[in-house]
Design a binder for this molecule. Structure first.
Ligand SMILES: NC(=O)C1=CN([C@@H]2O[C@H](COP(=O)(O)OP(=O)(O)OC[C@H]3O[C@@H](n4cnc5c(N)ncnc54)[C@H](OP(=O)(O)O)[C@@H]3O)[C@@H](O)[C@H]2O)C=CC1
Ligand SMILES: N[C@@H](CC(=O)OP(=O)(O)O)C(=O)O
Length: 344
């Protein structure tokens, strides 16, 4: 029987992607949708300005949107996907966890909290058991798990594939699509014929979240990886797909050929939303490209290419679909991991 799930912030850009991914999902049944007080009481069709590239699912369209309050969500919901603005997530997600709901959240609040697992299942599924510590410390029946920032998700799997060579330092420069800022995030006058070399708080997220994801969990405590990470983030006029240029220095020698082999061989998982192959490496030096490569693995794979030796270490480019692999798909994958690990 399918697990009954809800979406917090269901009317937003990421909320709509969540609905698109969850509606056909065999393990989950959408049974609750929440948004702001402005949307509460309306049908989803009325409340959401549907902008996803597939039709709004009929059954979901007729559900009534409720306020984002634990008292407004049915008790028989087992899992909530959260795509709220982070300030709202910070205020309400703990209330839902205290009320007994398990929350798989895409919002940036609490990602770096010591007792909150920040998970990319193919990279650090074992960190999920930090939930035992969380429940002990907070006394929650529910639980809170986070996926990282979309740009963090794009480059961390490639680093995980190289980790056995000893990661010393990483430099990453991003070229991020406008959908990452949300529908109203960047105006057309700002971004057409332009690039913006600043995305608020983004660089710090890449630098800190990557070290947490690549850290070790001993069953009680999480130690962050001590690799030095330096990021520079840029907004460019693509719609979807974050492209990143990465330079990595390793303790052991690592040729571009060997690095490509390690990336291609890095294992995926058997979870329903995991791609068959996690990292695809292109031989052609002009790939990956956002428009051509963002939907590899139904938008859940990472594309890489352009591997070469430089005076600053191994250099390569990588790409992921920011609202699928980097946001909604990442939360759904964590929901699948929670289910597989008996947390639901
Ligand atoms: N856009 C993207 O690609 C990415 C976004 N994210 C993160 O995901 C989260 C959602 O982003 P996005 O979907 O773009 O945001 P949107 O602004 O499109 O959607 C926000 C959602 O939250 C609801 N909401 C807003 N204020 C409140 C409130 N006070 N109480 C309850 N619900 C509220 C909105 O409801 P209503 O419609 O009623 O206003 C809407 O459903 C953010 O934390 C963002 O940083 C992460 C990665 C990528
Ligand atoms: N800041 C990201 C999207 C985002 O909302 O990230 P986060 O989930 O860390 O808030 C972008 O602009 O592409």
């Amino acid at each position: 029987m399918a697990v009954r799930v809800g979406v917090l912030g269901a009317t937003g850009a990421v909320g709509q992607r969540l609905i698109q991914l969850l509606d056909p999902h065999p393990s989950f049944e959408i049974a609750a949708l929440t948004a702001s007080e402005d949307s509460a009481g309306k049908t989803y069709r009325q409340a959401a300005k549907w902008r996803v590239d597939s039709p709004i699912p009929d059954d979901v369209a007729e559900l009534t949107v409720s306020a984002t309050d634990p008292d407004e969500v049915p008790e028989d919901i087992d899992l909530l996907f959260s795509s709220l603005p982070s300030s709202v997530g910070a205020a309400v997600e703990p209330d839902f966890c205290e009320a007994g709901y398990v929350v798989s959240s895409n919002s940036s609040n609490a990602r770096m909290a010591d007792d909150v697992p920040l998970v990319v299942p193919e990279v650090n599924a074992d960190h999920l058991d930090l939930l035992e510590v969380q429940r002990d410390e907070r006394g929650w029946d529910g639980a809170l798990v986070k996926n990282p920032n979309c740009s963090t998700i794009t480059f961390v799997p490639t680093l995980a594939a190289l980790a056995e060579y000893g990661l010393e330092s990483v430099h990453v420069a991003t070229l991020q699509a406008v959908s990452g800022a949300g529908y109203d995030g960047v105006s057309s006058m700002e971004i057409i014929d332009n690039a913006i070399p600043h995305i608020g708080s983004e660089e710090d997220k890449l630098e800190t979240e990557s070290r947490k994801l690549l850290g070790d969990f001993d069953g009680a405590e999480l130690t962050h990886n001590d690799v030095e990470v330096s990021a520079s983030c840029n907004r460019i006029p693509t719609i979807d797909g974050h492209l990143e240029n990465v330079w990595v220095e390793t303790e052991e020698d690592l040729s571009p050929t060997k690095a490509a082999e390690e990336m291609e061989a890095y294992p995926s998982l058997d979870l329903r939303s995991s791609p068959d192959q996690l990292v695809h490496v292109f031989d052609a030096p002009d790939r990956p490209q956002p428009r051509m490569d963002r939907t590899i693995g139904d938008g859940m794979a990472i594309a890489a290419g352009g591997l070469q030796e430089t005076p600053f270490g191994l250099q390569y480019n990588c790409l992921a679909h920011n609202t699928i692999r980097g946001a909604a798909g990442a939360s759904v994958l964590n929901g699948e991991l929670l289910l597989e690990n008996g947390y639901l």
